[in-house]
Design a protein around this ligand. Structure first.
Ligand code: ZN
Length: 406
């Protein structure tokens, strides 16, 4: 096992979540009956040389490809965030009708559509053919490929350099990071900007977000690790910005060395990471202790409620929900079913624990006494949407960052 960013050997393993089914591989009843669901080890390491937190076991890509069927329906919050990004990038970087904005993993083109409205040229890169088609039908030019060094060279010739390359919640999901970064280096214009949005390691550690660990999520990023990685390519992180999407994310603004004034935010975030001990193995050992305690507390609460004759369901079937259920060992004996807005998941079963997935309207009709929030990053939106369930006496249980009845 060596570090995915800097190649250091002997990195520190701090969290072992056991062997798990793939978090995005939902099953049909027939597939469950066939009984050949694959399980893989899921453990997490810290590299003290570059600061990268990363999973150890890499699942063969063909086993993971199924993931791309399940990109979730775009939420209202994503629309709001996309509008903000388009407005803020356009004014900050002086984008105009000559500018080209490229988005990697552009999904159905929702985010780019907000940039397109400002008059800039847009190009999406999306490997899932069914989703790329949705974007093209909506008028967003989309290249149906995985992004890597060769894709970047081809796009540079066909479309020219990118003024902005946007990569939202994809960077940490790339197994071969060096091909990806070298592609960014190739495609971004001399004065251009690579904007990488991802969850932030400070939140991961402070908010006990162990459930965001799954096999498709290779890297848990910090300013330190990103600065170290991009320095290998003659690039630098020149600014960072915290944004509220997905329960709190960070955008790394990266350019060629010397192309942009470096904001004091970069040094401030590096100092904050150090102050919180993110450079110390002991911080991660403490984290693992809290994760184990959180599992015990959750199971105690759910078992107590069951003992009182209460019925429990869950909300959400995100990848993180499956890590949570599998790590805690929560099956249908404790939680009868979950609900999710994505029609691609409804009427299937969750990987590993095999909870049936239904439409969210089921909660208000069926009225389980308690609903465990698995999609905690959309808690506000879910609570808004479930006013009928709440008005009829239903209650939500939060598990991350701490176990609580809402
Ligand atoms: Zn490293």
């Amino acid at each position: 096992m060596k570090c995915r960013f800097c190649d250091k050997q002997e990195i520190f393993k701090f969290l072992d979540l056991g062997t798990m089914a793939l978090a995005n591989s939902f099953l049909t009843a027939e597939e469950i009956a066939a009984g050949n669901e694959s399980h893989y080890p899921l453990d997490v390491y810290f590299c003290d040389n570059c600061g990268l937190v990363q999973i150890g076991h890499v699942v063969p890509p063909d086993a993971l490809f199924k993931e791309y069927i399940y990109f979730s329906a775009t939420s209202d919050l994503v629309h709001k965030h996309a509008a903000y990004l388009a407005q803020s990038f356009t004014s900050r970087f002086g984008l105009n009708e000559q500018s080209q904005v490229v988005e990697i993993a552009s999904n159905d083109g929702t985010v780019l559509s907000y940039f397109q409205k400002t008059g800039v040229k847009v190009l999406g890169i999306e490997p899932a053919i069914n989703i790329a088609k949705v974007a093209v039908a909506a008028g967003i030019e989309t290249c149906n490929e995985f992004f890597h060094a060769d894709t970047a060279t081809a796009l540079l010739h066909s479309h020219g350099a990118a003024d902005i390359i946007l990569a939202r919640h994809v960077f940490a999901h790339v197994p071969e990071i060096h091909g990806f970064v070298s592609g960014l280096k190739t495609l971004v214009a001399p004065g251009g900007v690579v904007a990488i949005e991802a969850p932030y390691l400070i939140d991961f550690v402070e908010k006990n977000e162990f459930d965001t660990v799954y096999h498709e999520h290779y890297s848990y990023l910090s300013v330190r690790a990103m600065a170290h990685l991009f320095a290998l390519y003659g690039m630098e992180v020149f600014d960072v910005e915290r944004v509220p999407i997905h329960g709190g994310s960070i955008i790394y603004f990266i350019g060629h060395n010397g192309a942009h004034v470096v904001s004091p935010q970069v040094a401030e975030h590096l100092a904050a990471e150090k102050a919180k001990g993110l450079d110390q193995a002991a911080t991660y050992a403490d984290f693992a202790g809290r994760v184990s305690a959180l599992r015990a507390e959750t199971l105690t609460l759910l078992r107590d409620l069951k003992a009182q004759g209460k019925r429990i369901a869950a909300y959400g079937a995100p990848a993180k929900g499956n890590t949570f259920l599998n790590y805690c060992g929560i099956g249908t004996d404790l939680v009868e079913y979950t609900v999710d807005k994505s029609p691609y998941k409804q009427n299937l079963y969750t990987p590993g624990m095999h909870l049936p997935v239904y439409h969210p309207d089921k909660l208000a009709q069926d009225m389980p006494d308690y609903v465990l929030l698995l999609a905690w990053n959309f808690a506000e939106e879910i609570i808004q949407q479930q006013q009928t369930y709440l008005a009829q006496g239903g209650r939500f249980i939060q598990a991350i960052p701490t176990v609580a009845l809402l």
